[in-house]
Design a protein around this ligand. Structure first.
Ligand SMILES: *[C@@H]1O[C@H](CO)[C@@H](O)[C@H](O)[C@H]1NC(C)=O
Length: 349
C-alpha cells in the first residue's frame, strides 16, 4: 500500500516536473524583472541618501571648524588684544557719554570696547534711539537674548561672554561698570606682560558675608558655604579668553547668583587658574581714595572722571593729589578665606 502510493507520487512528480521547472523559471524571471523595476526608485533614494549624508558630513565638518575656531581664531568676526565690556543700563546715555569722552577716548586699535545692553522686550522708540546711538559710536553690544534690568546683571554678563567667545578673537576681557574709571595705558602695559592663559586678575575678597536680607542683592540661591567663595570685585577685573571660553561652554549649567562678581568667582572656583589679587584695582563698595598707581578706580561720578582724565592727559598722573579714605589689603592665600583680607598696612595703595 505504502509503496504503491509512493510510486504513484513519484510518477505524478515526474509528470509535473516540467511544469514545476517552467513555473520556477517564470518566477525567477519575474523576480528579476521586479528587482530591475524596483532598482530605479531604490537607487534614486539611495542617491538622495548619499547626498543627505554628504551634506550632513559637511555640516558636521563646518560645525567642527566653528568650534575649533573658538580656540584657533581667525574665523571670528573681530579681533582684539583686549575687550572692555561695560555693563550699563539702556537709559544711561550720560554715563556712556562721559566714559567715551574720558578714559575710552584714546584707546589703541587692538582694544575693543562695548557697552552691553539687553534689548529683549525693549520699547521700539528706545531701541531706535539705541540703534541711532550705535550708528554714531559703534560701541553698543545690543543683545536680544535677555531683558535688561539690574536684576539680570549676571545673565547679561554671561550673554556678553557667550557673544564674545563666539565672535571675537581676543586675549583678555576687562569687565567694568558705568562708574568705573580705567587707566587704559597702565592696564595694557601690565597685560602685555601677563600670562595670556588662566588669568583672573582683580581685587579679591574671600570673606564676604552672604547677603540674605539685602533688598537689592539678597542671594537666596546661595547654599555652598558660610561666606561667598573668593571672587574679584565687580567694579573691574580681567579674565583671559580661555576662562571666557570655559564659561561660554558651560553657561547652560551655571547657577546665576544676583551678584555677577560672586557668580564669576563661584563659576571659576574649581579651576586651576591664577587668581591675581592687585590693590591697584580700587574696586570696593566705595573708592579707597586716589593713588597714581591705580589701574582701575570705581565709584567715580562724571566730574571725577573728567578730572582724572584731564589730569592724566596733562601730567600722566591720575590724581591731582593722592589721598586715602580707608586702608587696603594684600590677599593672604595661605590662610582660611575668612582671614584673607586684613587691613593693617598703610604702604598698600
Ligand atoms: C598684618 O597682619 C598680618 C596677619 O595678622 C601680619 O602677618 C602682618 O605682619 C601684619 N602687617 C603689618 C604691617 O602689621
Amino acid at each position: 500500500m505504502f509503496k504503491q502510493e509512493g510510486q504513484s507520487l513519484v510518477r505524478k512528480l515526474n509528470k509535473n516536473a516540467s511544469v514545476v521547472l517552467l513555473c520556477g523559471i517564470f518566477m525567477f524571471i519575474s523576480v528579476l524583472m521586479c528587482m530591475s523595476i524596483c532598482s530605479m526608485p531604490c537607487e534614486y533614494t539611495s542617491m538622495e541618501n548619499k547626498l543627505i549624508h554628504q551634506k550632513m558630513r559637511q555640516a558636521v565638518v563646518v560645525d567642527k571648524s566653528n568650534s575649533d575656531s573658538i580656540v584657533r581664531t581667525n574665523v571670528k568676526q573681530y579681533q582684539a588684544f583686549l575687550v572692555i565690556l561695560l555693563l550699563v543700563g539702556p537709559n544711561q546715555y550720560e554715563e556712556r557719554k562721559t566714559i567715551r569722552q574720558t578714559w575710552l577716548s584714546q584707546t589703541p586699535k587692538d582694544v575693543l570696547n562695548y557697552f552691553v545692553l539687553g534689548t529683549e522686550n525693549l520699547a521700539t522708540a528706545e531701541r531706535q534711539r539705541l540703534e541711532g546711538e550705535n550708528r554714531e559710536h559703534h560701541d553698543l553690544l545690543l543683545l536680544d537674548t535677555f531683558q535688561d534690568s539690574y536684576r539680570a546683571l549676571t545673565k547679561k554678563l554671561l550673554e556678553a561672554y557667550k557673544w564674545l567667545d563666539a565672535n571675537v578673537d581676543f586675549q583678555f576681557v576687562f569687565k567694568g561698570d558705568d562708574d568705573t574709571f580705567v587707566h587704559v595705558d597702565a592696564l595694557l602695559r601690565e597685560l602685555r606682560q601677563k600670562p595670556s592663559h588662566r588669568l583672573y586678575w582683580g581685587f579679591f575678597d574671600g570673606r564676604a558675608r552672604v547677603k540674605h536680607r539685602s533688598r537689592k542683592w539678597a542671594e537666596n540661591k546661595w547654599v555652598l558655604c558660610d561666606r561667598y567663595l573668593p571672587h574679584a570685585l565687580g567694579g573691574g577685573y580681567v579674565l583671559s579668553s580661555d576662562l571666557v571660553h570655559f564659561l561660554a561652554l558651560n553657561s547652560e549649567l551655571l547657577t546665576l547668583y544676583n551678584s555677577e562678581d560672586v557668580s564669576v568667582g563661584t563659576w571659576l572656583a574649581p579651576l586651576d587658574i591664577q587668581r591675581v589679587h592687585d590693590p591697584r584695582f580700587d574696586t570696593e563698595y566705595k573708592s579707597r581714595g586716589c593713588f597714581n598707581e591705580y589701574i582701575v578706580t570705581h565709584k567715580q561720578d562724571r566730574q571725577m572722571m573728567h578730572e582724572k582724565h584731564k589730569h592724566l592727559q596733562r601730567t600722566g598722573r591720575l590724581c591731582a593729589s593722592e589721598y586715602r579714605i580707608f586702608l587696603s589689603y594684600k590677599y593672604n592665600w595661605q590662610v582660611l578665606p575668612s582671614m584673607c583680607c586684613i587691613r593693617n598696612d598703610s604702604s598698600i595703595p
